[in-house]
Design a protein around this ligand. Structure first.
Ligand SMILES: CC(C)(COP(=O)(O)OP(=O)(O)OC[C@H]1O[C@@H](n2cnc3c(N)ncnc32)[C@H](O)[C@@H]1OP(=O)(O)O)[C@@H](O)C(=O)NCCC(=O)NCCS
Length: 142
């Protein structure tokens, strides 16, 4: 049974939950904590709440060649595989357009399956960011 999921604007309490389950933020990454906190402060972060539990979040980048760029998407590890990432993507698509962009590592098969599942198409590759693991860009026309 799918969890009842709401997509809501971030609050201080929700941000604290997201900082606690995001792997990098919880591991003490100052850059990730700053990126998430600035996104929350500037209204660029959305949160998925499933059955009353903070389940995931998305962040839109402040600027990327004038197209909304999904910069971060993360679902709490215990809640993955239940359609929450898909709901966050759908929410992002509904809020932005007419063309949206994102990227993920070549090694991230799950994110790529999710993007293809929602009809995002690969549109380019960038090497040199993560050693041996190119960044694959995806786009969707809305
Ligand atoms: C990538 C990520 C966001 C996907 O989130 P998720 O909530 O697990 O995504 P979904 O549940 O919507 O889809 C994932 C799986 O569930 C399946 N699924 C999607 N909708 C579903 C539904 N309504 N009911 C049941 N299963 C569903 C998909 O087929 C997919 O299965 P597969 O991976 O075995 O092919 C999550 O794994 C994550 O947070 N990873 C770490 C961070 C990350 O990699 N972020 C993206 C890179 S920038």
């Amino acid at each position: 049974m799918l969890p009842a999921t709401s997509l809501v604007p971030v609050t201080c309490a929700l941000l604290a939950d997201c900082l606690a389950f995001d792997h990098l933020a919880a591991g003490g990454s100052v850059e990730r904590r700053r990126e998430m906190s600035e996104a929350a402060e500037h209204g660029r972060m959305r949160v998925a709440v499933a059955n009353g539990d903070t389940a995931g979040y998305s962040v839109v980048a402040p600027w990327f060649f004038d197209a909304p760029f999904l910069a971060l998407l993360d679902v709490k590890s215990a809640m993955r595989g239940q359609g929450i990432g898909s709901r966050l993507l759908e929410d992002f698509e509904q809020a932005h357009g007419p063309r949206v962009l994102t990227s993920t590592n070549l090694s991230n098969a799950r994110m790529q399956r999710l993007l293809r599942h929602r009809q995002w198409a690969p549109c380019g590759m960038l090497t040199g960011l993560d050693e041996g693991d190119p960044e694959i860009f995806f786009t969707k026309q809305l």
